[in-house]
Design a protein around this ligand. Sequence first.
Ligand SMILES: C[S@@+](CC[C@H](N)C(=O)[O-])C[C@H]1O[C@@H](n2cnc3c(N)ncnc32)[C@H](O)[C@@H]1O
Length: 269
Amino acid sequence: MSKSTVRGASAVERVLGLLRDPPAEPDTSAGHLDLLGPGAQPSPSLAQSAMESTFLPQIYEHVWRPVGFNLAKGWPFGPDTAAEHAMARDWLGLSHPGYAARPPATVLDVACGPGNVTRALAEGVGRGGLVVGLDTSQTMLARAVEDTADGDVCYVRGDAVDLPFRDGTFDAVCCFGALYLFDDPWTALDGMTRVLKPGGRLIILTSRRPVPLTAARIGGELIRRATGLTVFGDREITRALSERGFTAVRQHRYPLMQVVGGSRGHPLP
Ligand SMILES: C[S@@+](CC[C@H](N)C(=O)[O-])C[C@H]1O[C@@H](n2cnc3c(N)ncnc32)[C@H](O)[C@@H]1O
């Protein structure tokens, strides 16, 4: 492994120690730890094709994300990006930028995109902590690496539906703006549960079907088939967390989005 090509080289070493099956010759040539390699990936949905384009990562954080997500959260009444980041740090038991007492937590940001939320989480983590951003998109990860200076952040190219980490590894797991893109969100949720330490915390920001009517469900299914986006009902994510043994499950609902969180119960399921 060429350490000079990757940001936070010691963070990479630490991440290798968290993997179930660490590669014999880790590839960090693109500035992130690539666990997927060049092999053919399944053909992506329409939505995921956009995530893998070279254009979207350039406008994602400052245009696409605030405009699209703030509208879906009911702007001007819903939380803006800064409030959303603060909520993530609070619900995950992290601290806030500038606070002296910040926990040395190990945090996973699933489907980190260009690292916008990853960096916000890192601001709540203290010395000795580690924040890992995982995504499949090389173009998103390239932008994440370019925009991140923090040595305790490491980016990994991996699949959220088959998380490469050992059981009970993370104090906190965040998955914002992505569960609805996964081909199997429930397997992804199983993986997020598995990699959390008992008592560790999870927060998810995802889609929300605003009305529970059958017509809306059918509409959601049509959207999924056309674009690959899943629109979740109000109870689907909270119920899924309870079924996986999470306690203190909570939810904030916005017009087209929901934030759901909880603490992973003991012992390991
Ligand atoms: C809309 S961005 C979200 C970025 C950031 N988390 C946020 O809240 O703004 C969604 C990201 O999910 C990633 N993604 C989609 N399917 C994935 C999978 N199976 N494994 C890992 N990342 C995935 C995409 O590549 C994309 O970067």
